[in-house]
Design a protein around this ligand. Sequence first.
Ligand code: HMG
Ligand code: MG
Length: 306
Amino acid sequence: MSYPSRVKIVEVGPRDGLQNEKEFIPTAVKVELVERLAHAGFANVEAASFVSPKWVPQMADGTQVMESIERRPGTIYSVLTPNMRGFEGALAAKADEVVIFAAASEAFSQRNINCSVDESIERFVPVAQAAKQAGLRLRGSISCSLGCPYEGEIAPAKVLNVAQRLIALGCDEIDVADTIGVGTARRVYDLMRIITEQVDPARVSGHFHDTYGQAIANIVASMQAGIHIFHSSVSGLGGCPYAKGATGNVATEDVLYLMQGMGIDTGVDLDAVVDIGQWISGHLGRKSASHAGNALAARKGAIACS
Ligand code: HMG
Ligand code: MG
């Protein structure tokens, strides 16, 4: 079995991780989180969303976050943009990459962005054109790629169809997202193989929520299928407001520990991320959801408890 020698980890904690928090998190904490993560070595940090504050109040301060962070040269700061209104905000706030987000499930598309899959793709056309014109990177996310909270199992053909439409819009990267964490290794491997027969594997990422504890196995299965970009969230923060019961993304510390153990380079300082995970968990008044993060922090005698 061959594995990559290097992977790219996209840290999504400040966006996917925090978006579901009920209590409003002060902008200064969000800013510190993004800055510390960039400093730990992530080449790409998903920093904010430019979505309707009525839909996701926690992300209402995206502009302030983006305008306040001290940028680290070379780091890509990504933001979610569901429509032109979001794109204009992202452009003004000097995002490096905008993320359009579709779903492989009709029901989830309606719940998440209030339109059908076809309508969402139409809505993304001007966003994609504007992003390209402005020289920004463009990423396309596909929710419910391995299952939907409303429709159940999702056929790989549906995921591939959305992936191809997002590529046709000019996306530099496509995120295969397991929104509710139901995927298991063989299905993930098969899906990634089906997608990468049509789409360059270098442009496909795995975005795994860890609801059923399968995310690490799914990352290994994805690497076996030729994928080398993964999303994760420091201390496993997160959930999705439109997928009941969904828990956070796979914890970044767990992914970094896996990669370190497998001799795969990430360019990220695991020790620094452990500290960030303990700090943000302490701020939120709960124990980190990262196994590796807690084990490594315990070794250092610095575990955060609620
Ligand atoms: P809508 O209600 O159909 O749209 O929402 P609308 O155009 O009628 O707008 C409603 C109100 O929002 C209006 O304000 C707009 O101006 C405003 P009002 O006139 O009522 O005062 N509005 C905006 N405000 C700020 N920024 C904007 C914006 N757009 C409209 N960009 C819409 C449609 C897409 C806007 C809404 O459904 C929405 O914002 N959804 C976002 C939901 C979301 O953020 N979900 C979580 C992120 S996705 C995710 O987590 C999955 C992912 O991690 C992968 C995975 O794990 O699956 C990526
Ligand atoms: Mg997600």
